[in-house]
Design a protein around this ligand. Structure first.
Ligand SMILES: [Zn+2]
Length: 347
């Protein structure tokens, strides 16, 4: 089969690799129908996250089961399924409490020895604890398939941030980050009943999506000017709830600055850079809470799936460029240069 591999920073290739086969009785082999490139894939692309030459890449995909091991009970050949961005056994105490990202037998797609999602097929370990079945007829609905793909990462991650921050009916929410996760944070906050959603961003194409997803206000300023603008919109108080979806020192500092005293921050931006941007003494003095982390999207898919199927929420607008497998290297370049928000891959 053909799959995307990373050889060095800015050196993505699409190569012939061995076909995945069932190795363990709990495995399935999945033919990929849709995959995509994630903002977090860019850290490897830019050389800020180490990878071995030739390592696979991609952690967001859905597709059709092509083979199943003898112990797989939840899925059969021909089933349409979506995969969360980590696999998990579904039987341990962490999986039981909905923290599949801490599953001791789990793993991250594209880690050494595993398949990545930006390819033609993937071996899925612990299929029963990992995959979620989708209605068969979704396979013929191109827009719906695209929306369903967001369940593998960005929609569940936006939801995790909104939950972590404590979004409730009537909340005033500010969202730091205008990438796909930040935009899905807007969607998740609206779904949870937020009354006011302030999106921080300066790219019209992205803030237009934020408005379509439910943002009531847009703040284009950055840094201290952003803080002043958010305070002006909130009667000088700041937002009860802040979603941080970038992971830089600057974005975390802004998140703290725009939060209301006694407010809370839900953070899902993959932390990178030397410091955190967090000043605990400021958070202490102002009673600002922080909650979040890597999102256990497997726990959220059953709850979010009906809303995506019903069209109550439609995250598909975050995908603004579509490529075939050969177009994946160019897709990375476009996302790195921010000429594309999120790239959809049709292998
Ligand atoms: Zn587990």
């Amino acid at each position: 089969m053909r799959a995307t591999t990373i050889h060095a920073p800015f050196d993505m290739r699409v190569e012939d690799v061995p076909d995945p086969v069932v190795q363990e009785p709990t495995d399935v082999v999945l033919r990929v129908l849709r995959a995509c490139i994630c903002g977090s894939d860019l850290w490897a692309y830019r050389g800020e996250a180490a990878r071995q030459p030739g390592q696979r890449i991609g952690h967001e995909f859905l597709g059709v089961v092509e083979a199943a091991g003898s112990d797989v009970t939840g899925f059969a050949v021909g089933d349409l399924v979506v995969a969360p961005f980590v696999w998990s056994d579904g039987t341990c105490e962490y999986c039981a409490e909905g923290l599949q990202t801490s599953c001791p037998r789990g793993g991250f797609w594209g880690s050494v020895g595993s398949d990545g999602g930006q390819g033609e097929a993937v071996r899925v370990p612990f299929a029963d604890g990992t995959l979620v079945k989708l209605p068969a007829d979704a396979a013929s609905d191109d827009r719906l398939l695209t929306a369903l793909l967001a369940l593998s990462d960005v929609l569940g991650t936006g939801h995790h941030a909104a939950l972590g921050a404590g979004v409730t009916k009537g909340s005033t929410v500010a969202v730091v980050g205008d990438g796909a996760v930040g935009l899905c944070g807007v969607l998740a906050a609206r779904r949870l009943g937020a009354e006011r959603i302030i999106a921080l961003g300066r790219h019209t194409a992205r803030t237009d999506i934020a408005r379509a997803f439910g943002a009531t206000d847009v703040v284009a300023e950055r840094g201290e000017a952003a803080e002043a603008a958010v305070r002006e919109l909130t009667g000088g108080q700041g937002a009860h709830v802040v979603i941080e979806a970038v992971g830089t020192e600057q974005s975390m500092r802004t998140a703290v600055a725009i939060a209301r005293d006694g407010g809370s921050i839900g953070y899902v931006g993959v932390p990178h850079g030397s410091g955190t941007g967090l000043d605990l003494s400021v958070m202490f003095d102002r009673n600002i809470a922080l909650r979040g982390g890597v999102a256990p999207v497997r726990a959220y898919i059953p709850e979010l799936l009906p809303d995506v199927l019903a069209g109550t929420i439609d995250p598909s607008p975050v995908f603004d460029l579509t490529v075939g497998l050969d177009g994946v290297p160019a897709g990375y370049k476009a996302m790195d240069e921010r000429t594309a928000l999120k790239v959809l891959v049709k292998p």
